[in-house]
Design a protein around this ligand. Structure first.
Ligand code: KG4
Ligand code: ZN
Length: 348
């Protein structure tokens, strides 16, 4: 078997259409078409997302092949995200991948989107070779997930802790909405927080037992703080937006790093990788870098473009499955509620 196939990966689980071409672990191109259509609705509208995927999938794949300087005939394997995600969005990527594979007589590999985030540190680029090795702790922080996972190998993982209510990304997005910021709010909070005082206002900092997370109490305390202040000063949000963002971000970072440190102490694993959209947060990245130097950690922080949704991570997860002979077929359906659990092979 060819250990380093040239593969085309498709990711369309939510509101970004992405296509990537890889040669083994080496990324040749990764293109992303982001959907702006949802901004005015304050959240992703599933039907609009599917339609936008339909419009952008062919041009995005074409551009990825062009940038990689790879002809369609040179592709040896097609990978796609099976779930979790929006069913209509997933179906566009899955149908395209199956059609491409059928037309060119290629094998298919299905990938669990979360496995992609967990394995993203294995993406190599011409300027940055991946150096991560198993085992490591993965801090997975996205719009739908907040988990600490012990990753022993591509098929062996254990969820050590996860959120019992909202995800970290949701806390960013919902509090941003309270302040009237556009969706998704995380990047806006990140930008505004840089000018603010993280100690300006007290916020709840829920720390449930063990390694689990909880963010809904923080969201409520943020909402109450804003409502209380607005009663006396209707201009409160505009006058204090940067401070509010800084306090929110600092609290989320504090919760994440406290639990991560606890997981490191409990497992004795000092190698940490971070994934998911919230891993693009500049405050979280610098807090993790400080944590790494203080506690002698081997930290793997993927480039920002590989932490938010992208097809390169789907390609990497597919490569691991391909090497183990785990192929999909044309009857593989979308799985909108697919989970990562310790019993499953990564990506199944
Ligand atoms: O992994 P992702 O792209 O999509 C999934 O949820 O699978 O993550 C999206 C989440 C959103 O909640 C978004 O607000 C958050 O990642 N996010 C950020 C930043 N960039 C994206 N949160 C905080 N700071 C950022 N710079
Ligand atoms: Zn994601």
């Amino acid at each position: 078997m060819n250990e380093n196939p040239t593969l085309l990966a498709i990711e369309s689980s939510c509101d970004d259409t992405s296509a990537a071409v890889l040669k083994g672990q080496m990324l040749l191109s990764c293109l992303l078409s982001s959907q702006r259509v949802h901004e005015e609705y304050g959240g992703v509208v599933p039907e609009l997302a599917s339609r936008a995927h339909l419009a952008s999938i062919v041009p995005t794949v074409d551009a990825a092949l062009r940038e990689a300087k790879v002809a369609r005939e040179e592709i040896e394997l097609v990978a796609f995200t099976r779930g979790p995600g929006l069913v209509g969005s997933l179906l566009v990527g899955i149908s395209f991948a199956k059609g491409f594979a059928l037309a060119h007589g290629l094998p298919l590999v299905e990938v669990n989107h979360l496995a992609g985030h967990i394995l993203a540190p294995f993406i190599s680029t011409p300027t940055r070779a991946a150096t991560v090795q198993f085992p490591y702790l993965s801090l997975l922080v996205s719009g739908g997930h907040t988990q600490i996972i012990r990753v022993e190998g591509p098929n062996s993982l254990e969820i050590l802790g996860e959120t019992i209510d909202d995800a970290a990304g949701e806390a960013f997005d919902k509090c941003a909405k309270v302040m009237g910021l556009p969706y998704p709010g995380g990047p806006h909070v990140d930008r505004l927080a840089q000018e603010g005082n993280p100690k300006a206002f007290p916020l709840a900092r829920p720390l449930p037992q063990g390694l689990n997370f909880s963010f809904s109490g923080l969201k409520t305390s943020f909402l109450y703080l804003v409502q209380r202040q607005m009663e006396g000063n209707p201009q409160f949000i505009t006058q204090h937006q940067a401070d509010l963002c800084a306090c929110l971000q600092a609290t989320i970072i504090d919760i994440l790093t406290t639990k991560l440190l606890r997981a490191i102490r409990l497992t004795g694993i000092h190698r940490v990788a971070v994934g998911g959209g919230v891993a693009a947060n500049s405050g979280l990245r610098s807090a993790l870098e400080q944590l790494a130097s203080r506690h002698n950690l081997e930290l793997h922080l993927p480039e920002r473009r590989f932490t938010t949704d992208n097809a390169a991570m789907i390609g990497i997860a597919a490569l691991f499955k391909w090497r183990q002979g785990l192929l999909a077929d044309h009857s593989t359906p979308a799985a909108p509620r697919l989970k990562v659990s310790s019993r499953d092979a990564l990506g199944n």
